[in-house]
Write a protein that binds this ligand. Sequence first.
Ligand SMILES: [Zn+2]
Length: 285
Amino acid sequence: MKRRRLFSLMAGCLLLSGCRYQNAEPSPMPESGQYAVQDRFTQMKANTRTVPIQDLYLPAQNSKQRAGKVTHVMVHFISNAAEKPQNPYDLNDVYQLFVKTKVSAHYMIGRNGEIYRLVSEDRVAYHAGQGNLPGFPEYRNHLNEHSIGIELLAIGTSDEMQSMMPLAKYGTIAQTNIGFTDAQYRSLNRLLNAILSRHPAIQRDRKHIVGHNEYAPGRKKDPGKLFDWSRVQVSPAAGGIHTVQKGESLWLIARKYGTSVQSLAKWNRIDPNVDLYVGQQLKIP
Ligand SMILES: [Zn+2]
């Protein structure tokens, strides 16, 4: 991608909208130059056939080698809204925010569901910073070492954004740029499936798949009130089987698991136009 844009001195005091990483841990230079990713990437590709991922690696100084076990996933939002409220999702701008502030996440999901890999999973990304997760006192201020960070390109409520931008500026943001998109939930679920298949210590529940605001409630608002956790596949049926609940449609179930009605119908050899019944068991592709 192009990265030729010159940034004004303003960039030095840019606020990451949602993730203001000023308290993120220091970022020691782990090694000189770029780290070798090719072998790992080739292997990863084989494991994530259904999750197309575009490599958009950050410089090596935005991460460090990982030693600890990966047990958690943390969800964030980020944008360049503080600088450009009317064009908050320019990929180059957001990439440069990471570079300038020497912070990072492993993945970023765009508005259309496109997934970018910023840091290899076997390296520590600087996304969680200082904080404390209920139930995991040993991770106090050290969750980066044990987690994978996923940034969604999104903007929260005016309340959540007020520390980053005045209300008048927030008011210029297009409504369609606020909150999260269907495509993002779909991609997030697919990405989670792939991540969890590689890290069995990440249990598929809300204790292990968390939001930044749950780890650092005093200083972080993301992913915030507009993020619908019920659309994240955090407690799916064991063994890839979903038992139909009252009020559920094929469409709702497909959305929950990040798949399509057509795919669900095909896998289960059912007519997508026929109503489901409570207790019916569906295989999840
Ligand atoms: Zn965050």
